[in-house]
Write a protein that binds this ligand. Structure first.
Ligand code: FE2
Length: 254
């Protein structure tokens, strides 16, 4: 199988996003996120002996649906617009956009892995019945995405990410169902998140389901989950809860 060449893919990606407004911070954020996720995919793939080129490509194309999503709907909130993962996979593999990123001889097997990884990258759980190989690239991409989502959540004001006022954020409570996820050491299903503070907790919980040892090591070393827990709340219950989280995040489940 041919190696995946980065330069033409990078050129095609830059060409694709040039049609969107890069001075819009939402667009700029997704471009930066894409490159970081692609780099992380490559590192994680190398750590487990997977094809680093294919993993990198999964990262480069995983959020391609974000650009049309924000242009058409003005939001990254999937619940208010479209499932950006499936939307991106459809743009690439139903509408044929993939042809502008990879050469003709790319091959059906890699195409299918790429589609599967992109389509399911933000799902709460992967579908049953994936081949071991497809599941591996799904896990690589999902790990890389989670690691960089932690960074984005530290570097972007939470008010902007969640579209809420500072006051709503600071007085927000944490739902019991979301606390239960943290205590069980699982990620948080979308429907359980009701308050702005729930989203902060849910992001911290991303570290619990990182699949590969290198992913967990990178997440811990980056320190972003710890920084998210510096969340300044004026709500006494929420403050107490974040204290509990700080004390137990890196300890095994009780
Ligand atoms: Fe995504």
């Amino acid at each position: 199988m041919d190696m995946i060449e980065k330069a033409p893919v990078t050129r095609a990606f830059n060409g694709y996003v040039a049609a969107y407004n890069a001075s819009d911070p939402k667009i700029a954020l997704k471009i930066a996120h894409t490159y970081r996720v692609a780099g992380l995919c490559e590192r994680i793939a190398a750590s487990i002996g997977a094809d680093t080129g294919l993993a990198w490509l999964c990262g480069m194309l995983h959020d391609i649906g974000r650009f049309e999503q924000v242009r058409r709907y003005g939001t990254f909130v999937d619940a208010q617009s479209v499932d950006h993962a499936a939307f991106g996979a459809d743009l690439l593999f139903v509408d044929g956009l993939i042809g502008s990123f990879v050469p003709e001889g790319f091959g059906a097997a890699r195409r299918s892995i790429l589609e599967t990884a992109i389509r399911h990258h933000s799902a709460y759980r992967l579908p049953e019945g994936l081949s071991d190989e497809a599941a591996m690239y799904c896990h690589i991409l999902r790990d890389a995405d989670k690691i960089d989502i932690l960074r984005v959540n530290c570097e972007t004001p939470l008010e902007d990410i969640y579209n809420v006022t500072t006051e709503a954020l600071r007085t927000s409570a944490v739902s019991d169902a979301v606390k239960a996820c943290f205590r069980r050491r699982t990620t948080v299903e979308r429907s359980l998140k009701r308050t702005p503070a729930d989203y902060v907790v849910a992001h911290v919980c991303l570290v619990f389901e990182l699949v590969y040892p290198l992913s967990a090591a990178i997440a811990r070393e980056q320190g972003y989950a710890d920084r998210l827990m510096d969340f300044p709340s004026e709500n006494p219950d929420t403050r107490a809860w974040f204290n509990e989280m700080r004390q137990t995040l890196w300890t095994p489940r009780a």
